[in-house]
Design a protein around this ligand. Structure first.
Ligand SMILES: NC(=O)CC[C@H](N)C(=O)O
Length: 263
């Protein structure tokens, strides 16, 4: 499928030709905001961004999918509640729940995370921030699971800083679900410092049981270029912590190709 002007040709990917060729789908719904940044992050990491439209009935043979942030369908009813019924989400759910080894890597960022919980690809729900305000700030996270396709290039318990911007960011789940997530190591990202929204157990991101589906509220796709991102502890604007999410999936895909898996 040809790239649309919205995402467009963003130039050569600088992260290494070895990873070129992996096709990462980036989904756009009416009201999505962050598809362009997600596509740019894919390209900066060394992949090929493939635009996917919510009304499409095909995943266009992508190797992985990013469901980006924004206000799909205006957050009407509940954030993500309408988007989950999009035709593309049916194809995505089939591919994400295919048998072990064949399951499509899927990343939901912010509104994308909300959509994945509404679609029951991830457990729990997102509700209004406990302070009932829209919060936009740099956020420190701990990467607690480095065995997912989207976190394999982080070091264990690595601290990263990426932007957070939402109004419905409070992750809630029943006690059994929380215990299962903790017990199975499926809390992938955890807030460090003050909890920004009241999320249970300071949870910023989780995975499904297979580890191929990950959702997180903060925005790694907004922290992929030096000079633009968050200040580190020395006051430098490093801002590339989020890029590792995207190099991770490309590296995981390259590894599974090497192991002889077919998509
Ligand atoms: N940045 C976003 O994706 C916003 C997500 C969501 N619509 C919220 O405000 O909670």
């Amino acid at each position: 499928m040809a790239e649309t002007p919205l995402i467009g040709d963003l130039g050569a990917s600088p992260a290494g030709a070895a990873l070129d060729g992996a096709r990462i789908g980036v989904v756009t719904f009416p009201g999505t905001l962050d598809d362009r940044d997600a596509a740019r992050a894919v390209r900066l990491a060394g992949g090929h961004a493939v635009p996917l439209w919510h009304a499409d009935d095909t995943l266009a043979e992508v190797d992985a999918v990013v469901v980006p942030g924004g206000f799909s369908y205006g957050d009407y009813l509940r954030a993500g509640a309408i988007s989950r019924f999009a035709p593309l989400m049916s194809r995505l759910t089939e591919a994400a729940t295919a048998g072990t080894g064949a399951a499509l890597p899927v990343l939901g960022i912010c509104n994308g995370f909300q959509i994945l919980t509404e679609a029951h690809l991830l457990p729990g729900s997102m509700i209004k921030n406990d302070h009932l305000k829209f919060r936009c700030a740099d956020q420190v996270l701990r990467v607690e699971n480095t065995s997912t396709a989207w976190t394999s290039q982080f070091t264990a318990d690595e601290l990263i800083t990426v932007p957070l911007k939402n109004q419905d960011g409070q992750y809630v789940a029943d006690e059994d679900t929380l215990a299962r997530l903790e017990g199975e190591g499926r809390v992938v990202f955890r807030y460090v410092g003050a909890n920004p929204n009241g999320s249970r157990h300071d949870i910023a991101g989780i995975s499904n049981a297979g580890g191929n589906v990950v959702g997180l509220m903060p925005h790694p796709e907004h922290a992929v270029e030096a000079g633009y991102g968050s200040e580190d502890s020395t006051g430098m604007r490093n801002g590339t912590d989020g890029l590792t999410v995207f190099t991770s999936v490309l590296s995981s895909l390259a590894g599974s190709d090497a192991a002889g898996d077919s998509k």
